[in-house]
Ligand binder design. Structure first.
Ligand code: ADP
Ligand code: ZN
Ligand code: ZN
Length: 751
């Protein structure tokens, strides 16, 4: 923040105890003239407190130009505490940056970064101890494999790696049922013991594993990143490499060098990819000095892990987005794997992105940031191209396995030839072959954004808004509506492009696909996975391990099946309706489609057998589909950037979505009309600001609350922040009842 801006702020909010419960108990003080510009969020100060004006230390959490009370009744800050910056200061500064950068109250921002303290009874835990030698375990594995006791095989394999395992790990991560474990206990192979477990979710026992021999490319990346770090230029790096190209090994190498220097590492992995196998690689390298935060931990357990980090008992914290706020005393690096994942953006206020926030935290602490992906987000690739990030490539797949052979099938041709089935003739033929060969197939339904859009089954024409280049949504009243600009038109009976009467919404779900498989291939064993069949994380892993164990020939699912697990026996991937996700009324549709198709195609042929992929589409010539079929990221990036530049979408420019929800329809749109007027009055003359809307949101009503949106685009992020600040100040004076305003910078989804 500019020095002058801070000098104008004459009042400071101070909290005397920094904890989750106390952040909303801030006290406002006057900043004395002598300290102007020095009192900033995060600074520790001495203040007079209570009736006796007792001297207390506290933290400045916010600044303002106006006072909440009559100034003559307020006290002054005494002085700045000279003890220098603390971990608390860093966290408060981060929260303040998030509040300013993304829009939210300071209290909400602080609650996002502060761990929740919760006094819990130490829970009683159980552990599993191996009671026989390795040879006996190996003999048992062979025996159980013969009897198809796959759960036992998983337990025994884990026990080959570790002599003692937490009970919960086996139950939750390996999906082993309690009777399986007691049966092994009765056989005398394991013992189940109680212990008063120190709430570290994972313990390790055996000697650490040494690093493997790295490839020249891997060594180069590690040395280059570490060389820059040692030279005082930590910066941000992007590692672009397909799955299996050795990125994780590079992360491990960087963390190893960091910890050898007494530094700590934060490793972000999307929750869905936090599998037992992945975690094991970290435990084997860094032993007890690794910890994991995920959504299955209780608040108390999370708090304990945070405290261990603060005390210097940990070197590595692994977890999803929220692990960013681990208070390490000497943070060296933040690594973000699968950097392009949507889950790195928070869906609640403050709507922060982990990538940007990581870079902010790293700059505060002098740490490096390393991003990794097989399909980097347009944002990351763009920053790398601009020279803001260093960029590295890993081109080869280290586990062998060739890139699959890809066939693109034009569904319009199929219809012309009289094939009305969900499956093209090519896909049907290959599925049959696989079934006969005893190999596995995956059928992936790209169902993103199937809400409402309509297209022509004969020519593939999609009904689009004439102003916005996004698809129109079908409403019940027979209208087609654009959710970006509000344009509405009557739904035509016939396709405007070819005159066909097959102008329809697409409704096939995974259930229909499963039925179709049964009809076409009566002998096939099918597993199905979608949001409905996997309400819990446990059932998600259960279905995947059943498929990995060969309990089905075909796995049918939505985007969930393209992540995580490796299935070496899968040699065919069918992508049904590849272009469905292109028709979302959302500027990221092309990018998302490319990522999904690339990932889905990459699922075929991971093992020794070569793979084939069938992409079924109405738009075989669309660049997202063409380049995904060729696994050609560069060409995709070039074309997609032209589109973003042309329409000033991120990352070419920045976007701010303002969402207003209200119980009364008129009020929501009315408030946005006022916003639009204010914005135009104050910022409208610079020629670079675009306003889109106000319009009803894509989902225009949730729980009887009406939703309206206003979108803004501008090349300068700071300009959008100024607009947000202006509106926040205005809203504070309005003191709305039954009306809520949310800001979302560079949104991932359409509202
Ligand atoms: P990614 O994170 O890019 O998917 P990984 O680091 O997981 O890649 O590596 C993929 C596979 O290749 C893993 O099984 C890993 O053990 C193996 N691997 C990684 N680096 C090497 C290497 N230098 N030599 C041999 N195998 C390697
Ligand atoms: Zn429109
Ligand atoms: Zn048509």
């Amino acid at each position: 923040m500019a020095e002058t801006a801070i000098k104008e702020k004459r009042y400071a909010d101070v909290i005397v105890e920094i904890s989750h419960e106390k952040v909303d108990r801030a006290f406002q003080y006057i900043i004395p003239e002598a300290l102007a510009g020095k009192v900033v969020p995060g600074v520790r100060v001495h203040v007079p407190f209570g009736t006796g004006n007792k001297d207390m230390t506290g933290y400045v959490v916010d600044l303002s130009e106006k006072s909440d009370y009559p100034p003559e009744k307020m006290k002054e800050i005494r002085c700045i505490d000279e003890k220098g910056t603390t971990l608390e200061s860093d966290l408060i500064q981060t929260a303040y940056w998030m509040k300013s950068h993304y829009g939210s109250t300071m209290i909400t921002a602080l609650k996002t970064v502060l761990p929740v303290k919760q006094k819990l009874k130490q829970p009683e835990r159980k552990k599993i101890i191996r009671c026989c030698g390795r040879e006996e375990i190996e003999r048992q594995i062979a025996e159980c494999a013969r009897k198809h006791q796959t759960a036992k095989v998983r337990v025994l394999n884990a026990l080959l790696e570790e002599e003692i395992l937490p009970y919960s790990l086996l139950r939750e991560k390996l999906n082993v049922a309690a009777p399986t474990l007691s049966s092994l206990e009765k056989q005398g192979i394991i013992a189940i013991e109680k212990e008063n477990y120190y709430r570290n979710p994972v313990r390790r026992i055996q000697a650490r594993e040494a690093a493997r021999e790295l490839s020249g490319e891997q060594r180069f990346i590690i040395e280059d990143i570490m060389g820059e770090y040692r030279a005082g230029r930590p910066g941000t790096s992007l590692i672009h490499g397909i799955t299996g190209s050795g990125k994780t090994e590079v992360y491990l190498g960087i963390i190893e060098q960091m910890t050898a220097m007494g530094k700590q590492a934060i490793m972000l992995i999307p929750e869905i990819a936090l599998t037992y196998q992945t975690l094991l690689r970290f435990y084997k390298r860094f032993g007890d000095r690794v910890s994991v935060i995920n959504s299955t931990l209780s608040m108390g357990e999370k708090y304990d892990q945070t405290e261990r980090a603060r005390r210097g008992e940990l070197d590595v914290m692994i977890g999803p987005r929220s692990a960013l706020f681990t208070p390490f005393p000497n943070l060296g690096v933040i690594i973000i794997d699968e950097e392009h994942e949507n889950s790195y953006k928070s869906e609640t206020m403050p709507k922060y992105h982990a990538r940007e926030t990581a870079i902010q935290i790293a700059s505060l602490k002098g740490a490096s940031v390393v991003l990794g992906s097989a399909t980097p987000s347009l944002e990351a690739a763009y920053r790398a191209e601009k020279g803001e990030y260093r960029r590295y490539r890993l081109q080869k797949r280290l586990t062998g396995g060739m890139l699959p052979q890809v066939y693109t099938v034009d569904l319009r041709e199929e219809l012309k030839e009289g094939n009305r089935s969900i499956f093209s003739r090519k896909l049907k033929e290959l599925m049959k072959q696989r079934l006969e060969a005893g190999e596995q197939s995956m059928l992936f339904l790209n169902r993103r954004g199937y809400a409402g859009f309509i297209s022509c089954r004969a020519c593939g024409h999609v009904m689009k808004c004439p102003h916005c280049d996004v698809s129109l949504s079908e409403h019940r009243n027979g209208m087609l509506v654009c959710h970006y600009c509000g344009h509405a038109e009557i739904r035509p009976e016939l396709c405007p492009s070819c005159g066909s009467k097959y102008l329809l919404g697409f409704r096939a779900g995974t259930e229909q696909i499963e039925e179709a498989v049964h009809k076409e291939l009566p002998g096939a064993r099918v597993l199905r996975m979608d949001a409905d069949s996997t309400r819990s994380k446990e059932s998600y892993e259960k279905i995947l391990s059943a498929f990995a164990d060969g309990k089905a020939d075909i796995l049918v699912g939505t985007q969930m099946i393209v992540k995580g697990h490796d299935f070496p026996n899968v040699t065919l991937v069918g992508i049904l309706a590849a272009d469905l996700s292109l028709n979302q009324n959302d500027y990221r549709a092309g990018e998302r489609t490319f990522q999904l198709l690339t990932q889905a195609a990459g699922r075929a042929g991971r093992g020794a057998l070569p793979g084939e992929v069938v992409i079924q589409t109405y738009q075989p010539e669309h660049y997202s589909i063409v380049h995904a079929a060729n696994q050609d990221y560069e060409s995709f990036y070039q074309e997609e950037m032209i589109y973003r530049e042309l329409l000033q979408y991120p990352p070419a420019a920045h976007m701010l979505a303002i969402l207003v929800t209200s119980g009364e329809e008129e009020r929501g749109s009315g408030v946005l009309e006022i916003f639009a007027r204010m914005i135009k009055e104050r910022f409208g003359d610079d020629g670079m600001l675009y306003l889109i809307g106000p319009a009803p949101a894509a989902v225009s009503k949730i729980n009887d609350l009406y939703r309206h949106t206003l979108y803004l685009k501008h090349p300068d992020y700071e300009r959008l922040v100024q607009i947000k600040d202006m509106l926040e100040a205005y809203n504070k004076e309005q003191d709305y009842k039954n009306l809520n305003v949310q800001f979302d910078f560079n949104p991932m989804n359409t509202y």
